[in-house]
Structures are given as C-alpha cells and as structure tokens.
Design a binder for this molecule. Structure first.
Ligand code: ADE
Ligand code: ZN
Length: 320
C-alpha cells in the first residue's frame, strides 16, 4: 500500500513524533522523561488516561518554534516514506506558547516554513488544524480558538477539540467553535472514541462540526449512524489507534466496515502513529486483510478524505 497515494485528516503532530526524536531533544535539553519509554525506547502506556499523560510528558521537551519546525520536517519525512501526499496535523496553542497569540504566531510561522520546505522537496502537502484540549477546559479552548482565528490562512485551515472526551460536554466549548466557524475555519471534534453515541450526537448538534474524530461508537445507535450518513458527516476513523487503546479486540471486530456499508463517509487516519506502532500504509493493509477491501475501495476512502479536507479547491485537485 506504500505506493498508493494517501491522504489523512487526523494526525496529532506531537503524536507523530518518532520516539528517538523526542529522546534526542530530551537529552539535548537535559530533561528527564525516561518514564515515557519502555526498555526498547518505544512509548509506553497502560491505558488512555496514561497515554494522555505520556503524550504530554513527551511533548514537554518541545519548547521553541525551532523544535516544532524540526518536528514538522521529521514527520513530513515519515509521511513521504509511506506514500502520504496530504495530511492535516493537529496543533495545540496550549503546547506552543501556552495560548498566547503572539507566541503562537511564531510557532505557526516556523511550522509553516518547515511544511512548505518539505513539500518543495517532494514531501506531502501539510495543513494545520488548531485543536483545543478538552481536559484543559473551555477557557483555554477560547484562547486556542482566538489563536486559530488570528492565524487562519494557507496553513492553518481548521479548528477542533482533542483530549479526554469524558471531561465536560461539547456545549461547554460551543463559544470557541462559533468563533472558529465565523473566522471561516473547518470544524472537527473528537467524539465517539471514549464517549458513546450521545457524545457524537452532541458534537454534531452543539458544535456543528462537519467531521468527527473517531466517531466509531456511533455504531451503538443505528439511528445516529443513518443520520450521519444522511447529513454527510465525515468520520476520521483511526482503527489502529482504537485497537491499540483496547476499544476493540481485533481488526475484524472494528466497526469501520459496518459504518461504511451503511453509507457513512469514512476516512482512515493514524492518530498518533509511533504510539500505536502503525503507519497509514499499515492501516490500509490491515483493512484489506480484515475486510477484503481492495485498492478500489481504499482509493475511494482516500477520495472521501480529499473531498472532506480543510483546504482550498486547487489543493484538493492536487490530492484527488
Ligand atoms: N490526543 C492525541 N491522541 C488522542 C486521542 N486518540 N484521543 C483524544 N485525544 C488525543
Ligand atoms: Zn486523535
């Protein structure tokens, strides 16, 4: 599957950092984060809350705009190797300047420059989706939305919410989504990963998003599945992430196939690939094995991703 051109809509930038990259920065800056790695140097965590802790500890070594620029270069290199031609990276002002707009501008400028340089060298087209972190609360989400609105442009094209879905309710974050929508940003929300169908329904109704990160637990309410299909809501499904985090026991038990068969617009992404020991071509391979999906089906998922991408029409044409 490496040679198939692929697009992914759901990739946390820090979550895509190779562990050796993070370990190298930690050494350079003399920050002790040994606890985030196992004896082989891979990221180590027990469950989702622990994953979030490890994620934030690993992220703590990324301090400056230059660190983030180097990360973009490293991630673009990994994506290019996997045949990824377009990726939307989730970026958080909380980790880049603590929500301060002027600091955030410097991070965005550095990341955009690195993204353009990677693209010029034949790498993927990268876009940034500003994500607030749900467990940091609505006030910090407002600051993230202000940062997103202030830097919207060729690189920053979307706004979303990640973090612990079991904290707070979507409507607590409606203000920040309204601001982002008015600024013209595309909208997505993590829902239906740890929360059930109600969480997905609330994200659609209260945040008025066109895309849902994960959304797979909508399968527990078929009326909701039909509504997602009718409304054309796009799911950014990350099967390898769901399996690694114990949401489903095996690939052939993952609901992506049922969602697709019932007419939902599904796409495939990796979420945090080195954390979950996956790549986008691995995901495609596993789906082909589990459900007998051939290249035509997989290319179709890719087209759905290109059509749902938060980018302008000329960029979309290049991805399609
Ligand atoms: N941040 C990084 N990965 C995440 C996930 N799978 N769910 C929620 N927040 C995240
Ligand atoms: Zn995610």
């Amino acid at each position: 599957m490496k040679s198939l051109p692929k697009a992914e809509l759901h990739l946390h930038l820090e979550g895509a950092a190779p562990p050796a990259f993070i370990a190298g920065l930690a050494r350079q800056k003399k920050i002790d984060i040994a606890r985030v790695f196992d004896e082989r140097g891979d990221y180590a965590f027990d469950d989702f809350p622990h994953f979030l802790e490890v994620y934030e500890a690993a992220t703590s070594v990324l301090k400056t705009p230059e660190d983030y620029a180097r990360l973009v270069t490293a991630v673009a290199g990994e994506l290019a190797e996997q045949g990824v031609v377009y990726a939307e990276t989730f970026l958080s002002p909380d980790f880049c300047g603590g929500g301060d707009v002027s600091a955030w501008r410097d991070y965005v400028a550095a990341m955009q420059e690195a993204a353009l340089a990677a693209e010029a060298q034949g790498g993927p087209i990268l876009r940034g989706v500003v994500t607030c972190i749900r467990h940091f609360g609505p006030d910090r989400a407002r600051r993230a939305a202000l940062c997103a609105a202030e830097t919207m442009g060729d690189f920053i094209t979307g706004y979303g919410i990640a973090g612990n879905e079991m904290m707070g309710r979507p409507k607590d974050f409606a203000w920040s989504f309204d601001l982002a929508r008015e600024a013209g940003l595309g909208l997505t929300a993590h829902a239906g990963e740890w929360g059930g169908p109600v969480s997905v329904r609330e994200a659609v109704e209260d945040l008025r998003v066109t895309r849902i990160g994960h959304g797979v637990r909508a399968i527990e309410d078929l009326a909701l599945v039909d509504r997602l299909a009718e409304d054309g809501i796009v799911l950014e499904v990350c099967p390898g992430s769901n399996i690694a985090l114990g949401l489903y026991p095996r690939w052939d038990r993952h609901p992506i196939c049922q969602l697709w068969e019932r007419g939902v617009k599904v796409t495939v992404s990796t979420d945090d690939p080195p954390f979950f020991h996956t790549t986008l071509s691995d995901e495609y391979d596993r789906l082909a094995q589990a459900f007998g999906w051939d290249e035509e089906v997989l290319a179709g998922l890719n087209r759905v991703a290109a059509e749902a991408a938060f980018c302008d029409a000329p960029t979309r044409e290049r991805v399609l």
